[in-house]
Design a protein around this ligand. Structure first.
Ligand SMILES: Cc1cc2nc3c(=O)[nH]c(=O)nc-3n(C[C@H](O)[C@H](O)[C@H](O)COP(=O)(O)OP(=O)(O)OC[C@H]3O[C@@H](n4cnc5c(N)ncnc54)[C@H](O)[C@@H]3O)c2cc1C
Length: 388
């Protein structure tokens, strides 16, 4: 099925979740889609755990032929720890998935020849009828260009003057542990639970996610934890400098944490976390971390060049909405192209809807960070991302 007679070719800049959601949905519409991804090979499973939201679940079932119930771990309750080890429990059903499981489902749904890894888009020129894309020496014309190159987007400036991401003043330390590596008596404390601890200017949360190949069999899953901790700019620089003295800026991948930073993390865990959560940190061989960023735009479209995913709005993880937002960008475009009377009307309607929702989720994330005592209402630190 072709969406509209004047769109046939689509190029997507960036082949992470945002780019892939769009590629799969627009291929489903019958369009001739190509994804350009600058990195090579399968990316690290750096997102670790993700709360499975309805849009992503619908997408997996509808477009990827993957039953979301089979690739996610259900929780039935939330449990809230207090410092002295007491627990308050409330029923709440949710499903947990991993970044890698979503990525694999999307890659499997897209014909392999449509995904060009190791091939960065070096230039993009919006034109009235589409865009010229440069991936090597020569440029080629497409009817629609989708920029999905993430929070540090190098092409955002072609669509909007704003949106550069800012450091929110705190980081998420993260850890992933094989369920089989956890002592049984510790693992059972987290089964079927989404666990939280809200401390003084800090929050810790954890839940089980699928293991390798999306397996959800008990014993073969993974424990995923996230610990939000304030860090001023010098501290951010210190903790994202790896064991070899190399600075990574806004994140630190697994396996590279400097010994002193790990020692400090363990000491902080022993001093401040309730015992079961402290033990999770102690059992984590390769903690990693990412800076929390804020980014919002006022425009998501320049003619037939669209800005999507984290390139448009970087929302705080407390919303559990980053992947969901990228999926919703793609689903909304899919429906708009089918239903609107013209391509321009479709893109206009898409932009209006996605700007409103992006702004709402952005504000919700800032407000949640404030309520947790992690940051002020608006970001005070300097601009770290770049808009062009
Ligand atoms: C470290 C990290 C951890 C995360 N953890 C979670 C989580 O737990 N839960 C959650 O919901 N969300 C998480 N997210 C966010 C979630 O992954 C994103 O919101 C979602 O994938 C949409 O992002 P994106 O695809 O727009 O951008 P990104 O995931 O940042 O991807 C951008 C892609 O563009 C590529 N690229 C950049 N420039 C070019 C170029 N010029 N040419 C070609 N390719 C280019 C990059 O290599 C990258 O693959 C995380 C993101 C990161 C970075």
């Amino acid at each position: 099925m072709t969406a509209l007679p004047d769109i046939s070719t689509v190029d997507i800049v960036g082949g992470s979740l945002g780019g892939l959601f769009h590629a799969v949905a627009l291929t489903e519409l019958g369009l001739d889609v190509n994804v350009w991804e600058r990195s090579t090979g399968r990316p690290d499973d750096r997102g670790a755990g993700i709360v499975l939201q309805p849009g992503v679940a619908w997408f997996l079932g509808e477009f990827c032929g993957v039953d979301p119930d089979r690739v996610s771990v259900p929780v039935t309750h939330r449990q809230f720890f207090t410092k002295d080890g007491n627990i308050r429990i409330m029923p709440m059903r949710q499903q947990m998935i991993s970044w890698g499981t979503i990525y694999k489902a999307l890659r499997d749904a897209l014909p392999a020849e449509r995904y060009h890894d190791g091939q960065p888009v070096t230039a993009l020129d919006p034109t009235p009828a589409g865009a010229t894309i440069h991936t090597g020496e020569a440029g080629h014309l497409v009817d629609l260009a989708i920029i999905a190159d993430g929070s540090a987007s190098g092409h955002r400036g072609l669509v909007t003057p704003d949106g550069a991401s800012r450091y929110a003043g705190y980081v998420a330390y993260r850890g992933v542990i094989e369920e089989a590596d956890l002592p049984q008596e510790l693992a059972v404390r987290f089964r079927d639970r989404f666990s939280f601890y809200d401390g003084d200017h800090t929050q810790f949360l954890c839940y089980f996610i699928p293991g390798d190949f999306g397996t959800t069999t008990p014993g073969r899953r993974r424990m995923n934890w996230v610990w939000y901790v304030r860090a001023d700019a010098p501290e951010l620089e210190r903790i994202t400098t790896d064991r070899n003295g190399v600075g990574h800026g806004l994140s630190l991948p697994p396996g590279l944490i400097a010994p002193q930073v790990r020692t400090d993390l363990l000491a902080r865990a022993r001093a401040t976390l309730p015992q079961p959560l402290r033990e999770l940190v102690e059992h984590t061989r390769e903690p990693f971390l990412q800076a929390i960023l804020d980014g919002r735009v006022t425009t998501m479209r320049n003619g037939r060049t669209l800005l999507t995913g984290d390139a448009a709005f970087v929302v705080r993880p407390h919303t559990a909405a980053s992947a969901e937002k990228a999926a919703a960008d793609a689903i909304t475009l899919y429906h708009a192209l089918q239903q609107a009377p013209s391509t321009d009307a479709a893109l206009q309607a898409w932009e209006q809807l996605r700007l409103a929702e992006g702004a709402a989720i952005y504000s919700q994330g800032v407000s949640l960070g404030h309520r947790l005592g992690l940051s002020e209402m608006e970001t005070t630190a300097g601009i770290i991302g770049r808009s062009n």
